[in-house]
Ligand binder design. Structure first.
Ligand code: ATP
Length: 363
């Protein structure tokens, strides 16, 4: 079953929380809504669930408009976190709980519990209490409880936000596996990019009620369509350098006058050749795509090392070219000293160029 949003809008008085968004979640697809606090993720999810009325646009589930249906008529499972098990009930009873209100016979309930337990591999722990379970098992029981009524699709709001960091890491992989097994359209709201990058088939990045880009985790990271997505995804964040295109020649080599006075000559996307000479651009490069060298190079900027932050296997160096803070991730063995005058070289083929409208210039 698919979820389709067409021009979906929510206004709270003067405030447009969700602004005419279009989005489609395919059957069996896991889509993460990712964005900063207040961008409209939860409101979007609540409109799909029927907990909030849309003020404009359409919500279609399996091709049918459901705007007018109440939450319980939509057969959508919405959960706010994966952990909310009743501690005094066994795994089997926790799983069966949502069915008690449905008027099913004892035999029918037993059958459904067995079915879900099989899918989620809970057969051997059905008689245990939540306190006796490993964290991963608890998670699977909680998922089991939201799927036992066989909803058409799943909606999760910040499902891992209450977990500590170690557990979150463990759960991300596990949940992905479980969700893939369910073969239902699933929407997960998160503000945690790692969660989105690891769990989603596709990510929709939102800002101020608008969807900025929808793409696979790989494409969101490697091919951000605009400056916002580029800066939002990736830790440490992408370096952004203001510049003017002064020349473009053979092998797609562009020459840029970087704000602050230096000149940078690097190969970029062929589409950059279509920009006017003198066009203002922003160059974007990820901290792992820069190299610190000691001699001056045409494809680099001379800078001073401001600060060195050890990160275990890698070192994060903050450099300054006089105008920009430039972050470089290097091997921990690199002999760097704060105050050193160095050059930071842009590795070939990995510089993004954004135009004056903050859109990626790409062929
Ligand atoms: P967060 O991660 O902080 O929950 P979010 O992306 O989920 O953020 P929403 O909760 O959807 O954002 O909120 C979007 C905007 O709508 C915010 O400016 C919020 O203050 C506003 N908003 C949400 N619910 C209401 C409401 N019931 N009445 C008025 N304004 C609301």
């Amino acid at each position: 079953m698919t979820i389709e949003l067409q021009q979906l809008t929510k206004q709270f008085g003067q405030l447009t929380a969700v602004d005419a968004i279009d989005l489609e979640v395919g059957d069996g697809e896991v889509l993460c809504l990712l964005g900063p606090s207040g961008c409209g993720k939860t409101t979007t999810l609540r409109m799909i669930a029927g907990l909030e009325w849309a003020t404009g646009g359409e919500i279609k589930l399996a091709g049918r408009v459901v705007n007018h249906l109440a939450a319980r008529e939509r057969n959508v499972a919405m959960s706010f976190q994966f952990y909310a098990l009743y501690p005094s009930l066994s795994v089997a009873e926790n799983l069966a709980y949502p069915l008690y209100a449905e008027g099913l016979s004892g035999a029918q309930i037993k059958h459904k519990v067995a079915q879900v337990a099989r899918v989620l591999q809970l057969d051997s722990i059905l008689n245990r209490l939540p306190g006796q379970l490993a964290e991963g098992e608890k998670q699977r029981v909680a998922v089991g409880r939201s799927i036992i009524r066989e909803p058409n699709c799943f909606l999760f709001d910040e499902p891992l936000s209450r977990l500590d960091v170690t557990l979150r890491e463990e759960m991300r992989g596990e949940i992905k596996e479980v969700l893939q097994g369910l073969k239902r359209a699933t929407v997960i709201v998160t503000h945690d990019q790692l969660e989105a990058l690891t769990m989603a088939d596709r990510i929709a990045v939102m800002r101020a009620g608008v969807i900025e880009q929808v793409a696979s985790p790989h494409d969101i990271f490697q091919m951000p369509e605009n400056l916002f997505v580029a800066g939002f995804i990736g830790t440490p964040g992408m370096n952004l350098v203001s510049a003017t295109l002064t020349d473009f020649g053979q092998n797609n080599v562009g020459t840029f006058a970087v704000e602050g006075g230096q000149t940078l000559t690097i190969a970029v996307d062929p589409a950059v050749g279509r920009l006017e000479r003198g066009a203002r651009v922003t160059l974007g490069i990820r901290p792992r795509n820069l190299e610190i060298v000691h001699e001056s190079v045409a494809d680099g900027l001379s800078s001073v090392i401001d600060m060195i932050e050890p990160m275990g296997a890698e070192t994060l160096a903050h450099l300054n070219d006089g105008m920009h803070d430039i972050r470089v991730v290097t091997d921990w063995r690199a002999p760097l000293e704060e105050g050193d005058h160095v050059h930071v070289r842009f590795l070939p083929g990995v510089t993004h160029v954004f135009d004056a409208h903050e859109q990626a210039v790409r062929s």
